[in-house]
Design a protein around this ligand. Structure first.
Ligand SMILES: [Mg+2]
Length: 344
């Protein structure tokens, strides 16, 4: 019997990850070549000697980007970064992207040329080929779907579920900058609407703006790890927020975690701007998202080896299952980590 409208569940009740689980939790893969389907940064396909990695990403105007402050070229660049970041998160190398575009009649060819300039630049910078796609008309706004394909040698594959208790929790780069960049762009947009000030004041905050509009993937650090023969036990790219993504790894690996407040890297510009906005810099650092940094774990024995890599910071360690997820202060205080980024 069909349910009446008020018996039906709201999407908001589930949140992004709850919804994915609800819709796909019962899906069983049947092909021998499907090593891993839904549930990691990319799908893993057995292609003989190596593994093929495939991932897809959808960007919607008004949800993921605002064209008032997002130049088309940056948008194209970031769309590619978002997709290939998931290939790197499996310790793989992206080879191709395929782009599906939905566009309404409000766009002109020059704008789309700029978009493709950004797409091409990202492809060039990361040695990826634009290998296909589709363009179709939409009723409103722009939709960009990017599918990325990559490869990884079987022994090099790193999944989200391989962390073990006592493994060191490591991160590349710094956190919260992209979120603060977005707050700044939003503030200037609102001021523009209110006062029609044409020149937004973004001086002194170039770093956070760049992190929001033109993020990069820490490829050189990943290469360094390989060179030093440091194979992470688990890895994820930080897109939903450090807290949320760390919890993904913990839950899939069956571990708890304890990280230190003072060890989470935050750039000076991020802290300064957070202060201006009257927010604790740890909030964007833990829950902001879109950092495109890597969060990974390595065995405790690698502590000396990992310290040599300047661009990696150890923010502490994984604990046994059931011991909770904690953020510890230098004064001995402990706060439970929650995943604010889970609802999109
Ligand atoms: Mg990811």
């Amino acid at each position: 019997m069909e349910k009446s409208e008020n018996q039906k569940k709201s999407i908001n009740e589930f949140g992004k990850f709850g919804l994915i689980k609800h819709l796909t939790g019962n899906i069983v893969t049947g092909n021998k070549t499907t090593i891993k389907g839904i549930g990691d940064d990319s799908a893993i396909i057995d292609s003989g000697k190596n593994l093929t990695l495939v991932t897809t990403d959808l960007l919607l105007e008004g949800i993921h980007f605002n064209l008032i402050y997002t130049p088309m070229k940056h948008l194209g660049y970031k769309a590619v970064i978002r997709a290939i970041s998931d290939i790197y998160a499996m310790n793989g190398t992206p080879g191709q992207v395929i782009i599906a575009l939905g566009i309404s009649s409000k766009f002109n060819v020059e704008q789309l040329e700029e978009l493709y300039e950004g797409i091409s630049l990202a492809c060039k910078n990361y040695n990826v080929d634009l290998a296909g796609g589709d363009i179709t008309s939409s009723l409103t706004g722009m939709t960009i779907g990017v599918t990325a394909v990559g490869t990884v040698e079987k022994n090099d594959l790193v999944r989200r579920d391989g962390a073990r208790p006592n493994d060191l929790v490591c991160v590349t780069g710094d956190f919260g900058a992209s979120f603060m960049g977005l707050q700044l762009l939003e503030r200037e947009r609102k001021l523009f609407i209110k006062d029609k000030v044409t020149q937004p004041d973004l001086s002194g905050y170039e770093y956070v703006i760049e992190r929001q509009l033109k993020p990069e993937i820490p490829v050189s650090t990943l290469k360094e790890l390989k060179k030093e023969e440091i194979q992470p036990t688990s890895m994820i790219d930080v897109t939903d927020g450090l807290a949320s993504d760390l919890l993904h790894v913990c839950k899939l690996s069956g571990t708890g975690c304890r990280i230190f407040y003072s060890k989470v890297p935050i750039d000076y510009e991020t802290s300064k701007l957070a202060e201006e906005f009257n927010i604790d810099p740890m909030v964007p650092a833990l829950n902001g998202g879109e950092d495109y940094e890597m969060l990974f774990t390595v065995p405790l024995e690698m502590v000396e080896k990992i310290k040599i890599i300047q661009s990696v910071k150890v923010i502490d360690h994984m604990t046994t299952s059931g011991s909770g997820y904690y953020l510890a202060g230098d004064d001995g205080s402990e706060v439970e980590i929650s995943a604010q980024g889970w609802k999109e």
